[in-house]
Design a protein around this ligand. Structure first.
Ligand code: AMP
Ligand code: TRP
Length: 338
């Protein structure tokens, strides 16, 4: 099927479950800020309805929702330039999500690796929402006819499923209505790894706080965590290929590259032959220089939650204006009497 011309539009989201990490910043938020500079619409969403697929204490959910919004703004998302809002305020997400539950197939959901990882041996006891989550994510994207979805590596499969859902809808109803959204997974830090185990992703949850950098960590904590990060005894080589079997070393080089807006090749060339005694303090200084202004701005913003709520509510109005007509057409295509 040929793709009709859809206006380029960017959509992405982050769950307000726990605090934001350096993985969220480098894999997602920093890239959202870069994409805001282009000339297409950018929509950035605090996906609160995704967060409750696992238990969230209500007060924690409220705080985390505001904290993710504060993280967006403090990192450079301008609410005048981008549409910044929380998902539950725009009912089109849930409505289109239901329609997509009836398009997506159980077999597709069964292939989702994130579900398998999260459910583990406990698959019978997790919420039905956790299983249906990718179909809600497809609705987030397609309610805006978004064409570009900046995400970290771990979300690639979900964006591909979004394409399958759009295809099946278009095919079943013989329309060219939903676009094929493209995952945008770029740069040296699409998968930031755990600082204590370079084979695992850095995530919000995890046993030890030492395995991740939180966007709210102060300078001392950031420096300490990088200095204690697991490495190996070898100095840095002069090319990335030689880091293939050294996951922890590779991760730190990638983080340095992403924070300094350079390629990892440029970083490895600069630090060729350097030991950790030199590289780690340089990385810690760089991370503090980049993250401290963001974390202080986040705490400044968090001191006035009403202002954050006002921004999200205004964003939701704008989001709703785009999503409502698309949802209405989807209902009509399917034959609902409205
Ligand atoms: P989440 O916190 O799971 O809602 O993730 C929000 C965004 O951050 C998604 O685009 C993820 O792919 C991205 N992300 C989360 N953790 C990492 C990580 N360790 N490395 C790179 N990107 C990440
Ligand atoms: N599922 C994503 C994650 O866990 C968050 C998300 C929800 C998202 N809806 C989205 C990302 C739509 C991009 C587009 O990280």
């Amino acid at each position: 099927m040929t793709q009709p011309a859809f206006t380029p539009r960017v959509f992405s989201g982050i769950k307000p479950s726990g605090g934001l990490t350096l993985g969220n910043y480098l894999g997602a938020i920093k890239r959202f800020v870069d994409m805001q500079k282009g000339d297409c619409d950018t929509l950035y969403c605090v996906v609160d309805m995704h967060a409750v697929t696992v238990w969230q204490d209500p007060q924690d959910l409220r705080n985390a929702t505001r904290e993710v919004a504060a993280g967006f703004i403090a990192s450079g998302i301008d609410p005048e330039q981008s549409i910044l809002f929380n998902q539950s305020r725009v009912s089109a997400h849930a409505e289109l999500g239901w329609l997509f539950n009836c398009v997506a197939r159980v077999g597709w959901m069964n292939r989702m690796t994130q579900f398998k990882d999260k459910a583990g041996k406990n698959a019978e006891a997790v919420s039905l929402g956790l299983y249906a989550y990718p179909s809600l994510m497809a609705a987030d994207i397609l309610a805006y006819h978004a064409t570009h979805v900046p995400v970290g590596e771990d979300q690639k499969q979900h964006v591909e499923l979004t394409r399958d859902i759009a295809n099946k809808f278009n095919h079943d109803y013989k329309v060219d209505f939903f676009p094929q959204a493209e995952p945008i997974i770029e740069g040296p830090a699409t998968r930031v790894m755990n600082l204590r185990d370079g084979t695992k992703k850095m995530s919000k949850s995890g046993e030890s706080d030492m395995e991740r950098i939180n966007m709210t960590d102060d300078a001392d904590k950031i420096a300490k965590k990088f200095k204690k990060a697991k490495t190996d005894p070898e100095p840095l080589p002069d090319n990335m290929k030689d880091l293939e079997s050294r996951p922890e070393a590779r991760n730190l080089v990638n983080i340095y590259a992403a924070l300094s807006d350079q390629s990892n090749e440029a970083v490895i060339t600069e630090y060729a032959g350097a030991g950790w005694g030199k590289f780690k303090p340089a990385l810690a200084d760089l991370a503090v220089a980049k993250l401290s202004p963001i974390s202080s701005e986040m705490s400044r913003l968090m001191a006035d939650p009403a202002e954050i709520d006002r921004i999200m509510s205004k964003g939701a109005e704008k989001a709703n204006e785009i999503a409502q007509p698309i949802l209405k057409q989807a209902y009509e295509i399917m034959g609902f009497v409205r």
